[in-house]
Design a protein around this ligand. Structure first.
Ligand SMILES: Cc1cc2nc3c(=O)[nH]c(=O)nc-3n(C[C@H](O)[C@H](O)[C@H](O)COP(=O)(O)OP(=O)(O)OC[C@H]3O[C@@H](n4cnc5c(N)ncnc54)[C@H](O)[C@@H]3O)c2cc1C
Length: 473
């Protein structure tokens, strides 16, 4: 379904308000900040810039959060496995940010207990000491203390797991990535940021006054406009050229297999870690970590990845999983910063982020994690001020901004599959008018999450959504 989403529907579905947004962009002679890319990082940057009082325009080539930002493993975490890389400051920063997202977006993020099943007491002691350090690094931002659990407690929380004598419990965050992205977008719009999806941006030199010239091209009607920006910030994720190493990560989604906690399998036969999470009434299993040359989005995960996920997770379960249990699968591409001296395996690359000046008034912010999106935005804007690209502003305040909920769409998954025609009408209206959805896929995948949890149901809903999209066009 997703492949066919070429933005054609954009014209019919969003005609007037897209045109209004386009007109607003054309009417302003010079913008303080132009953000390129509407994933977590770009949307976070737009919100931060608008909250500091700058005029902000953001252009996203496809739909908001259609890249990595709707295809993550849904964990707000410091990254237990990054402890092994001894990058404690990275883990500490992410644990701080975990607490900030949990506090500012409780409508789409919550604390989740995790279980690590252990074969021996020695294994349990090893993971316990690592997780004590994790707790310590979180400090006052900790969301629950790790502790030993017995085999009875393991089966209470994850009845599908094979019996293991020992286990460790720890706590991290679970969130709905695409819904959080919409929440950040709404909060940015409320502060005056102008956001346009299906609109590609390219650098086009400098104006006489030294400001950047950025050319925008609409995908729906090919209209073009060149704007002036005092500062341009590229947040284009895996599309950041030589600066990033791209790593493919696949997930499979199944009907709930009986997990009320997340499960971390710390050692798989090929050395990766594997997570199984309760997510939106389903079980999410991931992920692979495979270096590739460029992002190649398709409807579902590659068969090899699906086979590996099924095989590896089955080894930890009482009853092996069957391909027929899979209701959806998806693939995402991590934008990892290329650092000198990093190992060859993408799983060994640091998850640190990088802000760099790529031209006189142009910055790039890349790498990091969803969990740290807010910090990445803050660092990018602070850098623009330090370099004298932007005038001094109010300090960053996004750690104090409660992000805007949209209860209708945030909670729609609870009744997924039981929506009346009237509810579908309301969902489509809100997705289009409040959140700039342009097509059936925008709604099914990134305003609702049906496409990522149940692809058969998504296919079933398609004609009904199309019907209402035409009505609101
Ligand atoms: C499989 C997987 C699992 C992950 N799990 C987690 C996790 O559990 N927790 C966590 O914290 N992080 C996780 N991450 C990392 C996280 O998802 C990413 O770090 C984050 O989403 C990156 O956001 P971004 O905005 O930088 O990139 P993206 O979301 O990819 O956004 C970049 C955007 O730029 C747009 N763009 C590109 N070129 C142009 C242009 N010329 N004009 C306009 N727009 C353009 C693209 O269309 C895209 O939408 C995971 C990532 C993957 C792939």
């Amino acid at each position: 379904m997703q492949k066919s989403n070429n933005g054609q529907a954009a014209k019919s579905a969003q005609g007037l308000s897209r045109d209004r947004t386009w007109q607003t962009i054309q009417d302003q002679p010079t913008w303080d900040v132009c953000v390129v890319g509407g994933g977590a990082t770009g949307l976070g940057t737009a919100l931060d810039a608008a909250a500091r009082g700058y005029s902000v325009v953001l252009a996203e080539a496809e739909d908001f959060a259609s890249g990595a930002s709707s295809r993550s493993s849904k964990m707000l975490h410091g990254g237990v496995r990054y402890l092994q890389q001894l990058d404690f400051s990275l883990v500490k920063e992410a644990l701080h940010e975990r607490a900030t997202v949990l506090a500012n977006a409780p409508h789409v993020a919550s604390v989740l207990p995790f279980v690590i099943p252990c074969e021996s007491l020695a294994h349990a002691a090893f993971y316990s000491s690592g997780l004590k350090l994790y707790d310590l690094l979180a400090g006052r931002h900790n969301v629950g203390r790790s502790h030993y659990i017995s085999s009875d407690e393991i089966s209470l929380q994850a009845s599908a797991l094979k019996t293991r004598a020992h286990g460790i419990q720890y706590f991290d965050g679970l969130f709905d990535d695409a819904r959080l992205a919409q929440s950040i977008a709404s909060s940015a719009r409320q502060r005056g940021a102008v956001l346009m999806n299906y609109c590609r941006a390219e650098m086009n030199g400098q104006a006489d006054d030294g400001s950047d010239l950025v050319s925008l091209t609409r995908k729906d009607n090919s209209a073009q406009h060149t704007l002036r920006a005092r500062c341009t910030i590229f947040a284009t994720g895996a599309w950041s050229g030589e600066r990033v190493a791209v790593a493919r990560g696949s997930h499979i989604v199944l009907r709930d297999i009986g997990l009320s906690s997340g499960v971390l399998l710390p050692k798989t036969p090929d050395g990766r870690v594997l997570y199984m999470l309760p997510w939106l009434g389903h079980t999410l299993i991931g992920t692979t970590d495979i270096s590739v040359s460029c992002p190649d989005y398709s409807d579902t995960a590659p068969q090899d990845d699906i086979d590996w996920l099924l095989r590896t997770s089955s080894q930890a379960l009482k009853k092996p999983l069957d391909a027929a249990q899979i209701t959806a699968s998806f693939v995402g591409y991590r934008p990892l910063v290329r650092m000198p001296g990093a190992g060859k395996k993408s799983s060994q690359f640091s998850r640190a982020h990088l802000v760099e000046r790529v031209a006189d008034r142009t910055l790039r912010v890349v790498g990091g994690k969803w969990t740290t999106y807010r910090r990445m935005a803050q660092d990018a804007l602070d850098a623009a001020i330090v370099h004298g690209i932007l005038p001094k502003s109010k300090p960053c305040s996004t750690d104090q901004i409660a992000l805007s909920p949209n209860p209708l769409l945030d909670n729609a998954w609870l009744t997924q599959g039981q929506w009346s025609d009237e509810q579908i009408q309301k969902i489509v209206k809100s997705a289009m008018q409040d959140e700039s959805a342009c097509s059936v896929d925008d709604i099914l995948y990134r305003r609702l999450r049906t496409g990522f949890t149940d692809q058969a149901l998504a296919l079933n809903l398609q004609p009904k959504l199309e019907h209402w999209i035409k009505k609101f066009a």
